[in-house]
Design a protein around this ligand. Structure first.
Ligand SMILES: *[C@@H]1O[C@H](CO)[C@@H](O)[C@H](O)[C@H]1NC(C)=O
Ligand SMILES: *[C@@H]1O[C@H](CO)[C@@H](O)[C@H](O)[C@H]1NC(C)=O
Ligand SMILES: *[C@@H]1O[C@H](CO)[C@@H](O)[C@H](O)[C@H]1NC(C)=O
Ligand SMILES: *[C@@H]1O[C@H](CO)[C@@H](O)[C@H](O)[C@H]1NC(C)=O
Ligand SMILES: *[C@@H]1O[C@H](CO)[C@@H](O)[C@H](O)[C@H]1NC(C)=O
Ligand SMILES: *[C@@H]1O[C@H](CO)[C@@H](O)[C@H](O)[C@H]1NC(C)=O
Ligand SMILES: *[C@@H]1O[C@H](CO)[C@@H](O)[C@H](O)[C@H]1NC(C)=O
Ligand SMILES: *[C@@H]1O[C@H](CO)[C@@H](O)[C@H](O)[C@H]1NC(C)=O
Length: 384
């Protein structure tokens, strides 16, 4: 019996050894994982939604990682990139099976002819890994799906040449607070009804700035001024309905904002992140219809620009993290008699509060937060 046992033992050792050789060999071969079946079936469903057969390599029972326009991650065989821009594709619908490819990082449907098709309201939010989304010249109509705004990893979105035909229904386009996002804007056709355009905190570019001139209904615009050139500035300053402008600068930027003074119809202005220490925004005094002025994170190293006292319609004035370098609050503040709210947070103002502040009889809210103002007239303030 013993020899038989030994033979069995030897056989097991041999099998284990051979098994190890196989594992080792597989690692050495460094093969990439083939396409996962669910990825292939999603792609085939998608292919079926296109007219004609312009994707000949997309065949069942072949490795989808080698299909044209498809790139997989090598380790798992999941589709990470799909670029359909070069195949003269045309479709009457965007099959939602696209959104089953949840590992996608790059998706380009550029030049795929979806003329007249509405972008699906839901689905894009499933593509949580997506970095690059190119829908340029697709002819999609309708609204930009809200799900796109949820895509935290998105760095580039290209909507140029898309979404015009029924653009007239779009009222609000908000792509804000995506600091990594470079937005290549869609063309704004004449007769559009866009009222709110929020591009703050994005790195946007535009092919056809003149289409900004078509934003005849735009009331509210939020923009980072880094990409603004003179042409765009003058187009913006001629927008007839604009009454609320919020501009964000970068610390590196020398603010050239005098064009804003041409927008004399503005009632709300917010300036965020400018260094005014070398160029005082004297132009602000021309915006005499302003009812609300907010200045955030700007440096002055000079007194609060006295031109603000020209803004006699101001109801709300706010300074937040502005460096007033130990200046005192100017006495002309008391001439802004329409003020209902005056807020100054973290601004290194110091000295006494001017007694003229007692003239602000409509004031409902007065906030000095973490500034170094002495309370000489505090008792007066409390006795309004
Ligand atoms: C597998 O091959 C890729 C290139 O094809 C290479 O970058 C990678 O380092 C290789 N991996 C191993 C374990 O050899
Ligand atoms: C796509 O995903 C949905 C929901 O997870 C599933 O029901 C459907 O079968 C998938 N389609 C394909 C072709 O894999
Ligand atoms: C995905 O897009 C990024 C950014 O445009 C690019 O650098 C990268 O090469 C693309 N990857 C693939 C697989 O297409
Ligand atoms: C989108 O795709 C088109 C066609 O491939 C290309 O010309 C364009 O540069 C792409 N946009 C971006 C932002 O990469
Ligand atoms: C903004 O986009 C331009 C190209 O459109 C690029 O050169 C620049 O580096 C981007 N800036 C940031 C801060 O991403
Ligand atoms: C502002 O208006 C003045 C006078 O109408 C004009 O000369 C100037 O070019 C305008 N500035 C911009 C940026 O449009
Ligand atoms: C104050 O406003 C008037 C118009 O009401 C304007 O003519 C004047 O230039 C403004 N002053 C300053 C300092 O901006
Ligand atoms: C500002 O207020 C003072 C009184 O506090 C007054 O004498 C002065 O005329 C006012 N100036 C303007 C421009 O209204």
């Amino acid at each position: 019996m013993a020899p038989a046992k030994d033979r069995l033992h030897n056989l097991l050792v041999l099998l284990l050894f051979i098994g190890c050789l196989f594992v080792d060999a597989a690692a050495k071969l460094n093969t990439t994982a083939p396409c996962l079946p669910d990825q292939a079936s999603s792609l085939l469903r998608l292919k079926a939604s296109f007219n004609g057969d312009n994707l000949p390599s997309w065949q069942a029972a072949t490795d989808c990682c080698h299909w044209e326009g498809v790139t997989c991650d090598m380790a798992f065989g999941r589709v990470i990139s799909l670029d359909l821009s070069e195949f003269d594709l045309m479709s009457m619908r965007l099959d939602p099976v696209l959104f089953n490819l949840t590992s996608l990082r790059n998706l380009s449907l550029a030049y795929v002819d979806f003329s007249g098709v509405s972008l699906p309201a839901f689905g894009f939010e499933r593509l949580t890994d997506i970095i690059y989304l190119n829908l340029s010249d697709t002819g999609f109509t309708g609204k930009i799906p809200i799900g796109i705004a949820c895509l935290k990893n998105l760095v580039t979105i290209d909507l140029s040449g898309s979404i015009h035909p029924s653009f007239s229904s779009l009222r609000t386009l908000d792509l804000s607070c995506n600091p990594m996002l470079s937005v290549r804007l869609t063309y704004f056709p004449a007769g559009n009804n866009l009222e709110v355009l929020n591009l703050a905190g994005t790195n946007f570019s535009y092919d056809t700035p003149s289409s900004f001139g078509n934003l005849g209904s735009l009331k509210k615009l939020m923009l980072s001024t880094m990409g603004i050139d003179n042409e765009l500035a003058s187009l913006i300053s001629e927008l007839p309905a604009l009454d609320d402008l919020q501009l964000t600068g970068s610390d590196l930027e020398k603010p050239v904002l005098s064009w804003v003074s041409n927008l004399t119809q503005l009632t709300n202005l917010l300036l965020d992140g400018y260094d005014f220490s070398k160029s005082v925004p004297t132009w602000i005094g021309r915006l005499t219809r302003l009812e609300s002025l907010s200045i955030w994170d700007c440096s002055f190293s000079v007194p609060i620009p006295y031109q603000i006292r020209n803004l006699t319609k101001l109801a709300a004035l706010e300074f937040y993290i502005c460096d007033f370098s130990e200046q005192t609050m100017p006495s002309w503040i008391g001439n802004l008699t329409k003020l209902t709210s005056l807020s100054i947070y973290y601004c290194s103002l110091s000295g006494p509060i001017p007694s003229t502040i007692g003239n602000l009889i409509q004031l409902e809210e007065l906030v000095f937060w973490d500034t170094d103002i002495s309370g000489e007239t505090m008792s007066q303030l409390l006795c309004f």
